[in-house]
Design a protein around this ligand. Structure first.
Ligand code: ZN
Length: 412
């Protein structure tokens, strides 16, 4: 376990516009009535409310994903997990779907310093629109500080999103026809699905497409967004996936043995989110977990079965075999259009990057707080102290249940 640093505003501004970051920093629930125009401009309020310590919340989850990427870059680990991250809807200049800062884009930008090709995979029930948009042209028109990437065109990001599409489902994008543009053409892959997809159809489609993507694109690192709102019984989702079905995708991606950054994402039946990410942590750590949840202070949320697994859903599966086959064929056809460029010599890439950094006083912050030791080797009593401290600042109303939930605005 690592305690990540809180991301600095300058780090958040590697993707987001400086004025948006500054506004997030400045705004509070008490002052928001003075900034009606800005709230509209940055899409704050409604789905993306201003709450106490909003900016610190963003700094914490974004810092987690950035540090995860840096630890992978420094080969301090093979797999890095940040369940607090995965806020895939946030845009360069605005919040969206309960996402304020797009930690995934920031993590991918870190990985691009060491890997010429980064693959982004998203299994949240919602389209990963913010990440797709950031790399839609993949020639960095909206990532001006990373002009190195313009000068080195082989550096690319491929985004692949599996999600519910149609019936005005949020955010409304993610048609199979959205494939990227200009230099990014064929580097955005969308797998639009209908209500009720089950484990068998989903995992089969996922494995077929992802195998072909990895074979064709040969990524140097993978970012996997594991939104748990694609599970059966989610309050906002509409799929029939069991935790084993969802986790099978994680197991499959792990098998490629590439540097892997795993994040959370959406998930609105909270006890199932906890179950899902626990099972997936076990898979990523090669640790078998018993199905029975051990006694703990939150056990009442898992009653009466107190088991890790949940039953499959019973929503009618509207994804016919012919529909899924058509989608698969279209995606594979687009993949065939990719002319695979010869691989970049990474040493050459890093030297060039450093040279430009020096010449232009390139504003990429250094890697902050990468410890040279593994915190697991620290005195466990000290870690316990930190944990106790955290518990003391936990809000009493953080764990709630039933209809009094105040998270009705979330759609991420
Ligand atoms: Zn979602």
């Amino acid at each position: 376990m690592q305690r990540p640093h809180k991301a600095y505003p300058v780090e958040l501004a590697q993707f987001h516009s400086a004025d948006y970051v500054e506004f997030l920093h400045r705004i509070t629930p008490d002052t928001q009535h003075l900034f009606r125009q800005e709230l509209t401009k940055y899409n704050l309020g409604e789905d993306c409310p201003v709450f106490e310590n909003l900016f610190e919340f963003c700094q914490i989850y974004a810092g987690g994903t950035i540090d995860a990427a840096r630890r992978l870059n420094n080969q301090l680990c093979d797999i890095a997990i940040n369940w607090a991250g995965g806020l895939h809807h946030a845009k360069k200049c605005e919040a969206s779907g309960f996402c304020y800062i797009n930690d995934l884009v920031l993590g991918i930008l870190e990985l691009l310093k060491y890997h010429a090709r980064v693959l982004y995979i998203d299994i949240d029930v919602h389209h990963g629109d913010g990440v797709e948009e950031a790399f839609y042209f993949t020639d960095r028109y909206n990532l001006t500080k990373y002009f190195i990437l313009v000068t080195y065109p082989d550096v690319k990001v491929m985004t692949v999103s599996f999600h519910k599409f149609g019936d005005l489902f949020f955010p409304g994008t993610g048609d199979v026809k959205e494939i990227g543009e200009r230099e990014g053409k064929f580097y955005a892959i969308n797998v639009p699905l209908k209500d009720g997809i089950d484990d068998t159809s989903f995992t089969r489609l996922f494995k077929t497409i992802i195998s072909k993507v990895v074979e064709t694109y040969a990524p140097g690192a993978i970012v996997l967004q594991c939104g748990a709102d694609s599970l059966a019984g989610d309050r906002l989702g509409c799929f029939n996936l069991s935790i084993d079905g969802h986790a099978e995708c994680v197991r499959f991606v792990k098998k490629f043995n590439l540097p892997l950054l795993v994040t959370g994402g959406g998930g609105y039946t909270k006890e199932n989110v906890a179950r899902c990410w626990t099972v997936e942590t076990g898979i990523l750590l090669d640790t078998e977990l018993p199905n029975e949840i051990p006694e703990n202070e939150y056990i009442k949320y898992f009653a009466p079965e107190c088991s890790l697994r949940i039953p499959n859903g019973h929503i009618e599966n509207l994804n016919s075999k012919s529909y899924l086959s058509t989608i698969k064929m279209q995606v594979l056809e687009n993949l065939r259009s990719i002319q695979h460029a010869p691989s970049v010599q990474m040493q050459e890439f890093i030297i060039l990057w450093l040279l430009i950094a020096v010449i232009y006083e390139f504003q990429v912050p250094p890697d902050f707080y990468i410890p040279e030791f593994d915190e697991d080797e620290q005195n466990p009593d000290e870690r316990m102290d930190q944990h106790t401290q955290d518990k003391q600042i936990q809000r009493d109303d953080e764990f709630y249940e039933g209809d009094n939930d105040n998270d009705h605005m979330d759609v991420g």
